[in-house]
Design a protein around this ligand. Structure first.
Ligand SMILES: NC(=O)c1ccc[n+]([C@@H]2O[C@H](COP(=O)([O-])OP(=O)(O)OC[C@H]3O[C@@H](n4cnc5c(N)ncnc54)[C@H](OP(=O)(O)O)[C@@H]3O)[C@@H](O)[C@H]2O)c1
Length: 251
């Protein structure tokens, strides 16, 4: 088992939603954190203050636009500087434009490029920047990618989102295949989870999602966060994609 006590963890997109919950879960395991946000400085500061007071752990706050490669490189450097090293990266930040899935005209070239940069390319460059620090660690390092059941299906908030999530899952396996034995790479695939981002759905749509789930419920942020912790601790797993969706899709 990879002991999480006193590990140094970078969690991207942790100003709210799943990232904030993942940050709380790693701090509860005794980790120090660097958390990133895009525009919600106040929210990131509130998450950091709450974690510091509930766990006593160190929390460094970083701002970054992670669709840009130099920003990916900069935040790894700043996380290492702020924490004095880096053991685990959780790349959770992401966003999407909801459009009818089959409407091939709905997204512009810029939308496609942005989605690719944000959901695929950023993983490559965060990984590359973190790799020497993982290699320097006698226990090795862990790279965990946020994904989605949209990457397992021909469905989701947009075709670009689904395609790029699928590419991210392939990247997980490519990295796991080639970057061991001292770095583990895994992806987590949530279904619909209650966060600010999913508050856009109507009650009727939410009922539809519940009906679709074999467990007749909506997955909670805590259930996603505990899966990231499990994946970080489990030294026997790499190149895996873990679906946590209350059975929305059993594949
Ligand atoms: N919620 C779900 O049902 C669900 C399901 C499957 C997968 N996911 C994935 O899980 C992740 C988190 O989802 P969530 O629901 O917690 O989302 P959220 O509430 O919208 O939070 C997104 C986080 O990412 C940051 N962010 C957004 N765009 C960014 C960019 N271009 N550069 C850097 N940071 C950026 C945001 O920062 P600011 O707060 O500063 O804007 C925020 O911290 C996303 O990757 C999402 O695709 C979510």
């Amino acid at each position: 088992m990879y002991n999480l006590k006193d590990r140094k963890v970078l969690v991207t997109g942790a100003s709210r939603g799943l990232g904030a919950e993942i940050a709380r879960a790693f701090a509860a395991e005794g980790c120090d954190l660097a958390i990133t946000y895009l525009g919600s400085k106040d929210k990131a500061e509130a998450v950091a203050a709450e974690i510091r007071s509930s766990t006593g752990r160190q929390v460094v706050i970083l701002q970054a636009e992670l669709s840009l490669v130099p920003e990916c490189e900069r935040i790894v450097e700043e996380a290492v500087k702020g924490l004095g090293g880096l053991d685990i990266v959780v790349h959770n930040a992401g966003n999407t434009t909801v459009v009818p899935f089959g409407d091939i005209d709905a997204l512009s070239e810029t939308d496609w490029d942005y989605t690719w940069n944000m959901l695929v390319k950023s993983n490559v460059f965060l990984f590359r920047a973190a790799r020497p620090h993982f290699k320097a660690n006698p226990d090795g390092g862990v790279f965990l990618m946020q994904s989605s059941i949209a990457g397992l299906l021909q469905n989701g908030s947009s075709m670009a989102y689904s395609v790029c999530r699928a590419a991210g899952l392939h990247l997980t396996r490519c990295l796991a295949e080639t970057q061991g034995p001292d770095i583990r790479v895994n992806a987590i695939c949530p279904g619909l989870v209650d966060t600010e981002r999913t508050a856009v759905f109507t009650e009727e749509q939410r009922q539809g999602f519940k009906e679709m789930a074999k467990l007749k419920r909506i997955t909670t942020p805590e259930e996603i966060a505990m899966t990231f912790v499990f994946a970080a601790k489990n030294s026997g797993m790499t190149g895996e994609r873990i679906r946590v969706d209350s059975g929305m899709v059993v594949v």
